[in-house]
Design a protein around this ligand. Structure first.
Ligand SMILES: Cc1cc2nc3c(=O)[nH]c(=O)nc-3n(C[C@H](O)[C@H](O)[C@H](O)COP(=O)(O)OP(=O)(O)OC[C@H]3O[C@@H](n4cnc5c(N)ncnc54)[C@H](O)[C@@H]3O)c2cc1C
Length: 353
């Protein structure tokens, strides 16, 4: 008889896990509190491990076929600016960049998955007839609270973010770092540009959001101003930023946590969604290879917990470094020095056989 799994949450983590388990012969039901998958969202950069995991769960071709997939060739470079527009560093494009819009990725991951919408799960432990329960219920996971308790609630990083996409490609991409704030511009395909902005703040902001963006970033250099001029108020997403504290385990008995439920992280390395996909592929493989669900989940915990917890830490430190409030001047001097050295040595490195 087919083994049965119930997954709580139809986000990137839940649907990746669903695809992985289905591929290994499981019967899977996903319970989702929303009425439907989101129809809008920004582009997500796919790191190589996430591309590989999408391949493992058989979704990479479906994702690539969508309009939401973009491929940026390696020759694009990324800059690091000061708010006045001084370039501290130009990082040459190393590897090709693969981007996919969140709705397109979710639609590809949902293909053939049985999702029950409008279903909020309050008591995950009452799902008694499943062989496996997966808490893929995001940053404020009810499943995490039930298996590990209140002391592992998500904690605020004391920062907020705005993000969105504007029409049209721009000539220069990169990040601008200031005391307590940053603004990022990344490609989102041949005719679109992703932007994100972050500010150290203990509270989120009420809309409309464009006036806040103008107030904090409107006096920054030309590339930021050009993006701000293209932003549509209705398409701005605004969040407080949170992370999951270091959990002692991602599993208990036949219940496992994946994605942000296990390791919500600051967005400054662009890794959260990628790691959620890798979690799903790994969990499916571990339970397929193990003699019991429990031993498969133990293998999943061993494969994923320490690795993702290091990324939670690195993402937080990256945000702190970028938005440093004291010491921004020596940091900028150090980054500019790195920039000068790389300008000198990179042509030499490129000319090496
Ligand atoms: C500003 C910002 C920028 C980011 N940029 C990037 C990026 O460029 N690249 C990247 O890789 N990652 C990025 N991330 C991170 C990424 O968005 C998340 O890591 C990823 O979406 C996590 O997926 P998930 O499925 O674990 O959680 P979620 O996407 O939160 O999905 C959880 C799902 O569970 C449902 N749910 C919750 N509770 C219940 C319940 N009780 N019952 C039923 N359903 C429930 C929710 O409705 C939701 O659909 C960014 C995050 C932020 C905040």
């Amino acid at each position: 008889m087919k083994r049965a799994a119930v997954i709580i949450g139809a986000g990137i983590g839940g649907l990746s896990t669903a695809q992985a388990l289905k591929r290994h012969g499981w019967s899977v039901t996903v319970l989702e509190q929303s009425a439907a998958l989101p129809a809008s969202g920004t582009m997500l950069g796919m790191w190589p491990a996430a591309l590989e995991a999408l391949g493992d769960i058989g979704v990479v071709e479906a994702s690539r076929r969508t309009d939401g997939w973009a491929h940026i060739a390696a020759d694009a470079s990324t800059r690091l600016w000061t708010p006045a527009g001084r370039t501290l560093l130009t990082a040459p494009g190393g590897a090709d960049l693969h981007l996919v819009s969140r709705p397109a990725l979710l639609a590809a991951l949902a293909e053939g998955v049985d999702i029950t919408f409008n279903t909020q799960v309050f008591e995950p432990e009452q799902i008694s007839d499943a062989d496996l329960v997966v808490g893929a219920d995001g940053t404020f996971s009810r499943t995490r609270q039930l298996i590990l308790g209140d002391r592992f609630s998500a904690r605020s990083l004391g920062a907020v973010a705005w993000r969105g996409t504007v029409q049209g490609a721009v000539a220069e991409h990169g990040e601008t770092w200031a005391s307590g704030a940053l603004f990022g511009i990344t490609p989102a395909g041949p005719d679109a540009t992703n932007w994100y902005a972050s500010l150290r703040s203990d509270r989120t902001f009420a809309g409309p959001h464009l006036p806040h963006l103008q107030r904090y970033f409107g006096s920054w250099h030309r590339s930021v101003q050009d993006v701000l001029a293209g932003i549509d108020e209705d398409a701005i997403l605004h969040h407080g930023l949170f992370e999951t504290p270091k959990l002692p385990s991602f599993v208990r008995g036949r219940t496992a946590l994946v994605g942000d439920a296990a390791h919500a992280m600051a967005p400054f390395l662009g890794r959260g969604a990628c790691e959620a996909i890798v979690d799903g592929a790994t969990l499916g493989r571990c339970v397929a290879q193990a003699a019991s669900v429990e031993s498969g989940l133990t293998a999943y915990d061993r494969a994923r917990r320490k690795r993702t917890q290091r990324l939670v830490l690195s993402s937080r430190l990256m945000g702190r470094f970028a938005m440093l409030e004291a010491g921004a001047a020596p940091r900028n001097a150090a980054m500019a020095a790195v920039g000068s050295v790389s300008r000198i040595i990179s042509p030499k490195l490129r000319s090496q056989p």
